[in-house]
Ligand binder design. Structure first.
Ligand SMILES: CC(=O)N[C@H](C=O)[C@@H](O)[C@H](O)[C@H](O)COP(=O)(O)O
Length: 229
């Protein structure tokens, strides 16, 4: 087990991402958000895009999970071999990539990408999956850890509101590699449940680092004024 993996064990990794066109989408802002998360006890940071990765890497000495989102449909998270190598070269300790069974945009297989990352860089690979079978396939392809990141996002229907902790349990009870619980973890008690289900680490994004969504949760709870009386 590498030092990076050891330091993630049992901890909360904070995903610091802003989306295209959003006011917080600057590398300096994301680095500061990451520093704030570190001050709160995050054991690692997950960040998106080469500029944000370089910026977070410079600002902070915590394990860094990197991805590069490209495109807006199908395989978006680190969709090609080139993307994966660039993410590693931007300073990620762990390259996160889509390891669902959907075709990758360059025709590469997860196994080929994992092998290239291992051979050409020092980085480990986190396989972002949606299903149990994809998690098993990712381990067989050589991934160093498997995350439930894409559970609920590949069926074409609206994702459920809560995290897929059943998938965490199934994967954690079968796989030899660590399983990371990620996706729609919005409350501290869900973190505790994820660890009880066997998670090695838990990633929290939106509920910590996305103020627009957080604001909307509260605004949606307001009573329209014409219903006040
Ligand atoms: C599905 C997808 O593209 N997930 C992305 C993966 O990096 C991010 O948009 C999420 O914010 C991240 O997974 C953390 O999840 P949540 O924000 O639900 O805590």
């Amino acid at each position: 087990m590498t030092g990076v993996m050891e330091s993630l064990r049992g901890g909360v990794i904070v995903s610091c991402q802003a989306y295209p066109g959003e006011p917080m989408r600057t590398p300096d802002t994301m680095a500061r958000v990451a520093q704030a998360a570190a001050a709160g006890g995050a054991v690692g940071i997950r960040a998106q895009g080469l500029d944000d990765l370089r910026s977070v890497r410079t600002a902070l000495d915590l394990p860094l999970i990197g991805l590069w989102k490209d495109g807006d449909a199908g395989v978006v998270i680190t969709p090609t071999l080139r993307h994966a190598l660039e993410v590693a070269r931007a300073g990620a300790d762990i390259v996160a990539l889509d390891a669902t069974n959907r075709p990758r945009t360059d025709g590469s297989t997860v196994e080929e990408v994992v092998r290239a990352v291992h051979e050409e860089t020092q980085a480990l690979v986190m396989a972002d999956v949606a299903t149990y079978d994809e998690g098993v396939a990712a381990e067989n392809a050589g991934a160093d850890l498997v995350g439930t990141t894409l559970a609920g996002y590949t069926s074409g229907s609206e994702p459920p509101t809560g995290p897929d902790l059943g998938l965490v349990r199934r994967l954690a009870s079968t796989l030899r590699v660590p399983v990371v619980a990620e996706g729609r973890i919005h409350r501290p008690e869900q973190v505790a449940t994820a660890f009880r289900e066997g998670a090695y680490a838990v990633v929290v994004g939106t509920a910590i680092t996305h103020p627009t969504t957080l604001t909307r949760w509260f605004v949606d709870a307001t009573v329209p004024s014409d219903e006040d009386s």
